[in-house]
Unconditional design. Structure first.
Length: 423
C-alpha cells in the first residue's frame, strides 16, 4: 500500500489557529504522536492495495481556558460517513452495564416525567436509548453513520441519520417536540464546533431541560497516561475548568458533576440554562482537585509527554525482546484507540500475528496503518499464543475473564498502559 501524507487543503483537514473554546491564539504544542490514519477506519482486503492517507496527530493546550485539542482537524465527513463505522456499544458487556446504569441515574437524579422525551446525540445502535425506553420514556436518536443508524432503526430505536446541528434539531422538535433531556456520551469531544452544537441543543431542549454529557476526563487521561485515547475523532480533551468556562460563555451552567471509571476515566456533567438549576458543591470540588494536581500547568503537560515517549519505548523493547525469544504474540480486542497505540509504537505483523475481536464488521478487515488481520476470538483458542496484548486495556478484567474461561487461554497478558506490565 502507498502511504500518503494528506495535503493541508482545508477540505480534508485544517490546522486550528486558535482555541475552539475561548478563541485565544495562546495555544502551545504538548504532544506529537506523528502521522496517523483515521483510527476508526478498519480496512478491507481490497483497500490494502489503495493509497492510505495519514494525518498529523498533535495535541496543543490553551493557556487561557485550559482546553487541550488536536492541532489538526479532519473533516467529519471523512471521519464518520465515507467508511463504515465499526464501533457498536452493544459489543461490550461493560458498555451495556454502564449505559443501563446511566439511564437509571439520569432518570432518578432529574426525576423525569414519565413519557418525557430523551434525545441521544451520537446514539450508535441505541443501547442507552433502549434503557431509557425500558424506564417508560420516549426516545429519539441522532447519529451520522449510515450503517449504525440502519442497525438501530431495525432494532426499534428510532434514529435520525444526520449530524447534530440546527436543522436536525428542528426536525426532531417538529416531529417529537422538545426534549426533557439530551444525552451526549463520548460525543461532545468529537464536535469541532462546540458553539454550533450548543445552538442546536438550545433549539431542542425544553426551558428547564438538562443536557447530560459524558467525556473522557483530562485529569484521568494524564494520570493514567492514556495516550491511546488521543486520535483524530477526538478533537477536544476536557477538564472541569475548560467546560465550566465554555458553558458560562453560552449562557448555560453545570449544576452537577461526577467522575466514573468508564473508559479509563469519564467526566459526567448535568448542564442546564443559567438560573434554571441550583449548582451543588461537586463543581468546585472537581475544579479544586484539578488545581491541586496542577492539571493545566505547562510542566505537568511536559512531564506527561515525556512519559508517553518513555511508555512507548518500554513497550516496544518488551515486545521485540519477546519476539527475539521466539514467542508468539497476538492482540486481543480491536478498539479504535488501539490503532493510536499500534501506529505510534509502529507495531505491525512483525510483532502481532493477528488481532482478535467480536464485532462482525471488523472481522476479515485490517487495522489502519499497521495492516494486522482481524480475526475471531476463537482463533486465540486454536493458536494458543504465548502472549496476548490487551489493546482494550480499560476492559482488562472483562476480557481476561472471558479469554481464560471461554477460550481456555493459558498464556500471559500484556497490559500496555500506562506502562507495560505482564499478567
Amino acid at each position: 500500500m502507498e502511504v500518503q501524507h494528506a495535503l493541508n487543503s482545508g477540505r480534508e483537514y485544517y490546522e486550528l489557529k486558535a482555541c475552539r473554546i475561548c478563541r485565544s491564539d495562546g495555544c502551545y504544542d504538548v504532544l506529537d504522536l506523528g502521522y496517523h490514519p483515521l483510527a476508526d477506519t478498519f480496512l478491507s482486503k481490497e483497500q490494502l492495495s489503495e493509497p492510505e492517507v495519514f494525518y498529523p496527530l498533535k495535541i496543543q493546550a490553551c493557556r487561557r481556558c485550559g482546553l487541550l485539542q488536536t492541532k489538526y482537524v479532519v473533516s467529519g465527513y471523512l471521519r464518520y460517513q465515507i467508511n463504515p463505522y465499526c464501533y457498536e456499544s452493544s459489543s461490550s458487556s461493560t458498555a451495556v452495564k454502564h449505559f443501563t446504569s446511566l439511564a437509571e441515574r439520569v432518570s432518578r437524579f432529574l426525576d423525569i416525567e414519565r413519557s418525557g422525551l430523551v434525545v441521544d446525540i451520537g446514539s450508535n445502535v441505541g443501547v442507552l436509548l433502549r434503557a431509557f425506553k425500558d424506564l417508560g420514556l420516549e426516545i429519539m436518536g441522532v447519529d451520522p453513520s449510515p450503517n449504525i443508524c440502519a442497525k438501530a432503526n431495525s432494532a426499534g430505536v428510532e434514529t435520525l441519520n444526520d449530524f447534530f446541528n440546527g436543522d436536525s434539531a428542528k426536525r426532531i422538535v417538529w416531529s417529537k417536540g422538545k426534549a426533557a433531556v439530551i444525552t451526549a456520551t463520548n460525543v461532545f469531544n468529537h464536535a469541532d464546533d462546540l458553539y454550533a452544537f450548543m445552538e442546536a441543543a438550545d433549539i431542542l431542549l425544553q426551558k428547564k431541560g438538562t443536557l447530560v454529557i459524558e467525556v473522557p476526563y483530562l485529569l484521568s487521561l494524564i494520570a493514567n497516561l492514556a495516550y491511546d485515547t488521543i486520535y483524530h475523532e477526538h478533537v477536544s480533551y476536557f477538564s472541569m475548568a475548560s467546560l465550566r468556562f465554555f458553558f458560562h460563555k453560552v449562557g448555560y451552567e453545570i449544576f452537577h458533576a461526577e467522575v466514573n471509571d468508564y473508559l479509563g476515566g469519564t467526566l459526567r456533567l448535568f448542564v442546564g440554562r443559567g438560573q434554571e438549576h441550583q449548582p451543588d458543591n461537586s463543581i468546585d470540588e472537581l475544579t479544586s482537585m484539578e488545581s491541586s494536581a496542577k492539571l493545566h500547568d505547562e510542566n505537568t503537560l511536559t512531564t506527561f509527554a515525556g512519559n508517553v515517549y518513555r511508555a512507548r519505548d518500554e513497550l516496544v523493547a518488551l515486545l521485540y525482546g519477546l519476539k527475539r525469544e521466539g514467542k508468539k504474540i497476538v492482540g486481543v480486542g480491536a478498539p479504535t484507540k488501539g490503532n493510536t497505540l499500534l501506529n505510534f509504537c509502529r507495531i505491525g505483523t512483525n510483532i502481532l500475528d493477528f488481532v482478535s475481536d467480536v464485532l462482525p464488521e471488523k472481522l476479515g478487515r485490517f487495522t489502519p496503518g499497521t495492516h494486522i488481520p482481524i480475526v475471531t476470538d476463537e482463533t486465540v483458542r486454536v493458536t494458543n499464543p504465548d502472549y496476548a496484548l490487551l489493546l482494550s486495556w480499560n476492559l482488562a478484567d472483562e476480557i481476561i475473564r472471558k479469554v481464560r474461561n471461554t477460550l481456555k487461554y493459558k498464556g500471559k497478558f500484556i497490559v500496555p498502559v500506562p506502562f507495560p506490565r505482564i499478567i
